[in-house]
Ligand binder design. Structure first.
Ligand SMILES: *Cc1c(COP(=O)(O)O)cnc(C)c1O
Length: 406
């Protein structure tokens, strides 16, 4: 057995397909977001980041930074343990209460990432329901797919956001079997919203539980940042709401909120919660400040929506192929993986614009795209520079040829 060969062949394959990932070595500038320094092979270069999930710039908010510094001064760096063995700090308890309140639920539970929160909560809940069937949207995030896999239960995949297909699948199954409908509120690659109310109606009709990932909506939608369900007045209809502290809240970590008994069950049985060191108190304190700030302040949300709408309009005016997105996500269709990467490289090297190419398997082949995430700190001049640069890149690479064929 030639072990080395197996690994080198695997890498050669993804390189041939244009799918090999090269990480950008950047340094964000506190106080000057979304500007950053790129450590390129040719030296340092100033760039503007257009693909950060720090959607509202909370990663440099003075209240958040102060909360983290204060926490370090007060209690030190790490948590020093799992939640059960000396790793539950007062910050964790306060943040869990704050998140439960944010979503109008009885209880909340923190995890070290949104990925872990989905993977371990979904699999644990599924294992607690003998004979459980999970109905999962075909575009659900990898963390949810792996949760279903590790739940070792029956699964049905329904067409993206399709209420009719979901109902068809549910109707075909044993009415007595426990069922969970699994979906996201905002799908971050296309920027479309789930029909939350219709899914909840089906759940009522067929006695299913609902589990919703609000990762790309918490902090950004709803009067207090409670997500799309808050905006639509539906929080009490979704059984389990999951979110992240790593995107709009600008830190890291994930969570679920639900009834006391569901949260207590995940707390008691989920290996990904139990057997790992808890979030550092400083991160938790920063997240607490961020969640609290965005509960009160609507300025970031309003400006964020305005910036996204403005950028989409500017791109449409420039005849750039913006994909239909009702949310803050601005996807621009390219339609070819190699050209998509070339466009991204050209934007970076010639125009100081950093946007990551999005290729298969993150999106279907033929729909390769550049995905822009405008935030409240992208000003008019930056947007103008972006659109002018895109027009030049589109022309140089003749991208219309690919995007119109897609
Ligand atoms: C990013 C993401 C996650 C994972 O959250 P992290 O906190 O980054 O681990 C979960 N669900 C969706 C839909 C995501 O996009």
């Amino acid at each position: 057995m030639d072990y080395d060969r197996i690994f080198s062949d695997a890498i050669a394959n993804i390189k041939d397909e244009g799918r090999y990932r090269v990480f950008m070595d950047i340094e964000r500038k506190n106080g000057d977001f979304p500007k950053a320094t790129w450590h390129s092979e040719k030296g340092e270069k100033d760039i503007t980041v257009w693909c950060s999930n720090d959607y509202l710039g909370m990663g440099q908010h003075p209240d958040v930074i102060k909360a983290m510094k204060d926490a370090i001064d007060k209690v030190g760096t790490g948590s020093g343990g799992t939640r059960n063995i000396s790793g539950t700090h007062h910050y964790h308890v306060m943040l869990e209460n704050e998140l439960a309140d944010l979503h109008g639920k009885e209880a909340g539970l923190l995890f070290t990432s949104g990925y872990i929160s989905n993977e371990t909560s979904i699999s644990t809940i599924a294992r607690m329901l003998p004979g459980c069937i999970i109905y999962s949207d075909e575009l659900n995030h990898s963390s949810m797919i792996n949760g279903v896999l590790h739940g070792k239960c029956e699964k049905r995949i329904f067409k993206h956001n399709c209420v009719e297909h979901l109902e068809e699948l549910i109707k075909a199954d044993d009415p007595a079997a426990p069922k969970i409908i699994l979906f996201e509120s905002v799908y971050s690659m296309d920027g479309d919203f789930a029909p939350i109310e219709e899914f909840c109606d089906l759940a009522d009709k067929y006695n299913c539980m609902t589990y919703m990932d609000e990762v790309h909506a918490v902090g950004m939608y709803g009067p207090r940042g409670g997500g799309v369900a808050e905006e639509r007045g539906l929080m009490d209809r979704v059984d389990i709401i999951e979110g992240t502290l790593g995107k709009a809240y600008g830190l890291m970590g994930g969570y679920i909120t639900a009834t006391r008994d569901i949260v207590d069950s995940v707390r008691s049985f989920a290996p990904g919660f139990i057997f790992t060191t808890s979030l550092s108190p400083a991160i938790t304190a920063g997240a607490l400040a961020s969640v609290r700030h965005l509960k009160k302040s609507t300025a970031e949300r309003e400006r964020h929506q305005e910036r996204a709408a403005t950028l989409k309009q500017m791109m449409r005016d420039a005849n750039l192929p913006v994909m239909p997105s009702l949310s803050h996500i601005v996807p621009l269709l390219v339609g070819d993986p190699i050209i998509c990467k070339q466009a991204s490289d050209m934007l970076l090297e010639e125009y100081g614009i950093y946007v990551q190419p999005i290729n298969f398997p993150t999106v279907p082949r033929g729909t390769e795209r550049l995905r822009f995430a405008p935030n409240p700190l992208h000003d008019d001049a930056m947007m103008d520079h972006l659109v002018q640069s895109l027009k030049k890149v589109w022309q140089k690479l003749d991208i219309d040829k690919y995007s119109s064929a897609a």
